[in-house]
Design a protein around this ligand. Structure first.
Ligand SMILES: [Zn+2]
Length: 365
């Protein structure tokens, strides 16, 4: 088959320890003068302290929840209107990025958040510039056009170019204080993004290259970052792995492990990274083929079995949930049904119906 692909990476990326200091300068470069910073309550004091040095920070919205709700977007939008800002900055993990992206998309034209969420009206044509400053190494949200937002019990993964950040400031020093378990969860999320982008039915050559390097960086640095959070070199390499992981799935999208992660998060309350990691080594074995063997050899592994074993060992090291009994009482019918019907399951290179998923889960004893 002839080689054909379309690649696009529109985000300006500034990477380096201490690069957060460039935030004020970068806001001005975007032509903005007043920005709203979106963060969670744990970062509120840090961001407010930054206001002394960066006068462009005009307002702070710090009520981002773990599973971000549309109500948070509506509140942040109101604050953006009231304080007359002209740019949105998200400083935090995945939930913060999701809220900041949605807010930047609707606040400039004060669009109806619920109507946009439900798809009853298109997102406005103009939006505020958006700067993504990740404080964990995993989501890759700084280079993707995805926002995951809930309205009550309805959780939606919306994929829309309107959510693509204008600029990513990746400062690995911001991840030095991330606790070990979160370091492992988010690091394995980065690994899942890279592997799933690589084996997605929509994989393409440039994303393949970022995927291979992201897998190599995670294998060589995640254990060190987990054991010694203050190791800046390991943190730098994990921030780079997360960025490259994000670039690996931004266009091809993820596949089976992410499809399974949604019911595992919703019904069994696993954090996103842990939910993806739960089935990642199973999918390495299921999706094993010549391409995946090539990736393994290029990152210095003997083959797909070793890759699966390494992922399993990382989960075990951090005490992540690994077996069905770790989940408690499992409604197997619902778990397999919800995972099978998730649109991302269609990207998996090996077709997985409910009975194939049941065999995979039942092997996790
Ligand atoms: Zn993910």
């Amino acid at each position: 088959m002839a080689l054909e692909f379309l690649h696009r990476q529109p985000v300006k990326i500034r990477f380096g320890s201490g690069s957060i200091k460039k935030l004020g300068e970068e806001i001005k470069t975007l032509g903005a003068v007043r920005c709203l910073v979106v963060c969670d309550r744990f970062l509120k004091a840090t961001v407010e302290a930054m206001q002394g040095e960066i006068p462009e920070i005009a307002a702070v919205f710090s009520d981002v929840e773990e599973n971000p709700q549309l109500s948070g977007v509506i509140e942040a939008t109101k604050l953006a209107q009231k304080t007359q800002v002209d740019a949105i900055v998200g400083i935090g993990g995945g939930s913060t990025m999701d809220t900041a992206k949605f807010t930047a998309a609707i606040a400039r034209e004060n669009a109806d958040a619920l109507a946009c969420f439900k798809g009853e009206c298109p997102f406005p044509k103009t939006r505020f510039p958006m700067i993504a400053v990740p404080t964990t190494a995993g989501t890759g949200s700084e280079v993707t056009q995805v926002s995951v937002i809930s309205h009550g019990r309805e959780k939606k993964t919306i994929n829309n170019p309107v959510f693509m950040p204008t600029l990513a400031i990746i400062d690995p020093a911001l991840t030095l204080t991330v606790p070990p378990r979160t370091t492992m969860n988010t690091g394995l999320d980065a690994m899942a993004h890279a592997l799933e982008g690589y084996w997605s039915k929509n994989h393409q050559p440039i994303s393949d290259l970022t995927a291979i390097e992201a897998v190599r960086l995670v294998l060589e640095n995640l254990e060190t970052a987990y054991r010694d959070g203050s190791n800046l070199k390991a943190r730098e390499n994990m921030s780079l792995a997360a960025l490259l992981g994000g670039m690996s799935f931004a266009l091809p999208k993820t596949a089976g492990s992410h499809a399974c992660s949604y019911p595992l998060s919703e019904d069994y309350h696993l954090p996103h990274g842990e939910a993806c990691a739960f089935t990642l080594d199973s999918f390495v074995r299921i999706n094993a083929d010549e391409r995946l063997e090539t990736l393994c050899r290029r990152v210095g592994l003997s083959g797909t079995d070793e890759l699966a074993d390494r992922i399993k060992a990382l989960k075990k090291l951090a005490g992540l949930k690994m077996t069905l009994s770790d989940l408690g009482e499992v409604d197997m019918d619902k778990l397999c049904r919800d995972a099978a019907k998730h649109p991302l399951m269609g990207n998996n290179p090996v077709p997985m119906d409910e009975s194939a998923l049941r065999r995979m889960f039942e092997a996790l004893q």
